[in-house]
Design a protein around this ligand. Structure first.
Ligand code: PMP
Length: 358
């Protein structure tokens, strides 16, 4: 049976990438060692990390005045690192669009000398839309934080706001390399790798150089400037995850880059949204103009039927379709590596289920 993995993360990786990793597992480039066994100071690993960075720069057209950092601690550590580095003694503005932005807000609030203000929220309707943002914000604020794609709720920012000299900081964990956002529109972008980049354990941070703090942050590992000065090698980085990320970046490039991938992602999402729109059984809880092409929740409106669907889907090899416990129903995460055939199989299965249960 073919298994289709709809997991929200860690998520499906390109099979071609896993095959290369398999072929290089025991002996990387005649070194007699696995990548896992290479010193992070070796020339072979230096080639890997430098290639990973230059490929990401090429794929996202990252301008020269931005640093690329390969860190650890997940996107969740960035919830604290961003305010620690950018907002000490200042005001930090947040847009609240879901569970993950709420966690980012709580982490910033936990710091004594950061003043947090939520400038827009969609919590009134269970985060089922992207809220209207104010045209202008306090120009003395350190940044405005947004979550470009809300993994749990299935919403995404179609347009990145501009607040003059106040930089936009984005948690792009679930749609990095899936939307052709312009890096120039952001001061900081961060993303946990385990969706569109590679294995868990790696966090990518892209930061405009003028935002690197001039004063040292109290803990060296949490200091962007120090990490940048050491080219992400201040300590031992997650070497194997960086190696897989490099292979994924090569794969994205071979798919026509981010533009090619986005086009394919849009087609996959359209197939599922069209099915939901036509269905008399399934509905999308998300307002049309706010829909994510990456994480697509859908419900029947009847918990017992949702449960029956999820059980029947599992038996057919559709793994991890169960919706997040806060939303219920189903959620299909269609990351870059998720194959079109998997969406075709899912919509055929949905039609069959509707016929039998509608
Ligand atoms: N932000 C978003 C948008 C996410 O989807 C996730 C993880 N699913 C996180 C943050 C937290 O990431 P991590 O587990 O890497 O800390």
């Amino acid at each position: 049976m073919t298994i289709y993995n709809f997991s929200a993360g860690p998520a499906v990786l390109p099979k071609a990438v896993l095959e290369i990793a398999q072929s290089e597992m025991l002996d990387y480039k005649n070194s007699g060692m696995s990548v896992m066994e290479l010193s992070h100071r070796s020339s072979l690993f230096e080639e890997i990390i430098q290639a990973a960075e230059s490929l990401l720069r090429e794929l996202m057209a990252i301008p020269d005045n931005y640093k690329v950092l390969f860190l650890q601690g997940g996107a969740s550590l960035q919830f604290s690192m961003v305010p620690l580095n950018l907002a000490q003694g200042k005001k930090a503005l947040y847009v609240s669009t879901g569970s993950w932005s709420k966690k980012a807000i709580s982490a910033a609030k936990a710091l004594d000398n950061v003043e947090v203000e939520v400038i827009a929220s969609s919590e009134d309707k269970n985060f089922t839309y992207i809220p209207e943002l104010p045209e202008t914000v306090d120009q003395n604020a350190a940044y405005v934080h947004i979550t470009t794609n809300n993994t749990i709720e299935g919403t995404a920012f179609a347009k990145i706001p501009n607040f003059g000299k106040v930089p936009v900081v984005a948690d792009m964990s679930s749609n990095i390399l899936a939307n052709d956002y312009k890096v120039e529109d952001f001061g900081v972008i961060y993303a946990g790798a385990q969706k569109n980049i590679g294995p868990a354990g790696l966090t990518v941070v892209i930061i405009r150089e003028d935002l690197l703090n001039q004063e040292a942050v109290f803990a060296p590992m949490l200091d962007y400037a120090l990490q940048a000065k050491n080219d992400s090698l201040y300590n031992t980085p997650p070497t194997y995850a960086i190696y897989i990320a490099k292979l994924v970046f090569e794969w994205v490039k071979a798919q026509g880059g981010v533009a090619g991938i986005t086009e394919k992602d849009q087609q996959k999402a359209q197939l599922l949204y069209d099915t939901i729109e036509k269905s008399k059984l399934f509905t999308s809880p998300v307002r049309k103009d706010s829909r994510s092409i990456t994480n697509i929740p859908f419900v029947t409106g009847d918990d017992a039927l949702d449960k029956a669907f999820n059980q029947a889907a599992l038996a057919e090899g559709f793994e991890n379709l169960k919706g997040h416990r806060s939303v219920g129903g189903m959620r299909a995460s269609l990351y870059n590596a998720f194959p079109t055939e998997g969406v075709e199989a899912l919509v055929a299965f949905m039609a069959k289920f509707e016929k039998e249960n509608g």
